[in-house]
Write a protein that binds this ligand. Sequence first.
Ligand SMILES: NC(=O)c1ccc[n+]([C@@H]2O[C@H](COP(=O)([O-])OP(=O)(O)OC[C@H]3O[C@@H](n4cnc5c(N)ncnc54)[C@H](OP(=O)(O)O)[C@@H]3O)[C@@H](O)[C@H]2O)c1
Length: 295
Amino acid sequence: MSPTIALLGHNGKVGVSVFLNLLKAHREGKIALTVLHREGSDLSKVPTDAGVETRLIDLSETGVEKTKSAVKDADVVISTVGNAGLKAQEYLVQALVGSSKLKTFIHSDFGNNWTQAEYAAAPGLAVGIGLKEHVAAKAKELGVPITNIRIGVLAPFFLGHKVLGTYIKENKFQTFRNNLTNPIRLTNFDYLGYAVAYLVSDESRIAQLPGQTYQIYDVEVTGQQVIDTLTKVHGQAPEITALAEEEFEKTLKTPLGLFAAVYAKWGSNLWGEGEKLAVGEWTPKPFEDQVKQFI
Ligand SMILES: NC(=O)c1ccc[n+]([C@@H]2O[C@H](COP(=O)([O-])OP(=O)(O)OC[C@H]3O[C@@H](n4cnc5c(N)ncnc54)[C@H](OP(=O)(O)O)[C@@H]3O)[C@@H](O)[C@H]2O)c1
């Protein structure tokens, strides 16, 4: 029998890609997909002719029993909830306690390895990232097996949000520490969805998941490669400035500290433990083509 995979957060930016890839695996008979949703969630993306179950859950203190019955037959529960739902996942963890079927809970992480030193240096990390740690700690305390998926930076955030010193449209690039020679890890939504579905659509791969932390990303580019690509697509070299340590330290203490802390990962190669996971057969879109989408 194919494994039952339950997904919460199918409408989110990460979630929709995971959902579409799981739906494909479901249609191919590799998994049985269940969509978990809260009251009022838009279910219009869930086809009615494919045998995908939709189940209402309640991520509140009083909703644990209801959620328990919705997840009781799941081999893997995946959460891709956005930041607003991170803390509420603790009730999902409570609902998974004692499940005889559950192999693992893939919680909504999709971030990076963080050390205590990095938390201490950037107080803002504790706000969002700390909630993920809280959910992981709760799962450990209650004996619920979990899997962490770390992805570096979502490629569209890096290319479009100008938070890490690369301004695609404006043709500007900022150097920071050794980011000219160090690679940044980027993940595209379509690859992330593909990779997650790959991990859960085979019993033997599922058996490997509990307690693991995976590093999943489809692009690695150095700052020099970013500069070369900008030069090519604009027909002229980008304007290059340098981020000073004092400015970086200042940003680290602000609500933008998360971005500064990720910047430090790139500049000082602080990605931490874990090999890049080879996932199925995937041909990444050329970086140049990705950049062109943001011109
Ligand atoms: N590494 C990176 O560069 C990076 C960048 C962005 C995000 N992330 C991470 O990726 C994960 C997903 O982020 P995202 O941007 O895709 O999120 P998003 O688009 O904001 O996610 C929205 C989804 O979360 C669900 N949701 C929100 N609050 C909920 C709650 N209280 N209870 C249940 N469901 C709730 C929504 O449900 P409804 O459908 O009911 O509205 C919707 O399906 C997060 O962990 C985020 O931190 C990583």
